[in-house]
Design a protein around this ligand. Structure first.
Ligand SMILES: [Zn+2]
Ligand SMILES: [Zn+2]
Length: 184
């Protein structure tokens, strides 16, 4: 899932990994909402929401009401209050400071729950079975799934330095992009 960069209490950048739920961002700290809440309560805030059903979700959009002063990358001349987000888009709301949306995702170990079609590990070429530990490559538009094992010798994800897409395949690689402290 993508990441939202916000400033914490000490004005330092902190990364907020997005889930697959809409998130209202015109608060000091963003608030996750369900899709039903957005419809039922007519939230008139500024909301980031996922617009596709793929997994992991890669396309997000920003939605805001007609009276809201929202600037993306310095531009506020959007006649319609909706915009599909790009990697590293800067968002400013009113007189608030900037936040950044990035498509960058950190890899996480998860348990494979099965799929309607067979999935094969790109490293060992063996089928991935339900219940096995896996890591999805967080590279842009990749999402390939690898076996994960804490034992390095059996760890398909970290067996090589990179995924076949070229994205680094180490669990503790950290974010490759962090907002610049001088901006703001
Ligand atoms: Zn494997
Ligand atoms: Zn990849």
């Amino acid at each position: 899932m993508p990441t939202l960069w916000i400033r914490d209490d000490d004005c330092l950048w902190s990364a907020l990994p997005l889930s697959d739920r809409p998130i209202e961002i015109d608060h000091p700290f963003p608030i996750e909402r369900s899709a039903e809440e957005l419809v039922d309560t007519q939230i008139d805030g500024v909301v980031l929401f996922p617009v596709d059903n793929s997994s992991p979700v890669t396309t997000w959009a920003l939605l805001w009401g007609p009276d809201r002063d929202v600037r993306i990358n310095g531009l506020s001349s959007f006649t319609v209050g909706i915009r599909v987000m790009d990697d590293r888009d800067e968002i400013r709301i009113g007189t608030g400071g900037e936040v950044y949306f990035t498509t960058e995702t950190l890899p996480v170990v998860e348990t494979f729950e099965g799929s309607t079609h067979d999935i094969f590990c790109p490293r060992c070429r063996k089928q991935i079975e339900p219940g096995q530990s896996v890591v999805r490559c967080p590279g842009p538009a990749c999402g390939l799934m690898y076996h994960y094992n804490a034992d390095k010798a059996l760890n398909c994800y970290e067996y090589a330095d990179n995924c076949v897409c070229g994205h680094p395949s180490t669990l503790d690689a950290g974010y490759r992009w962090v907002p610049d402290e001088v901006s703001g």
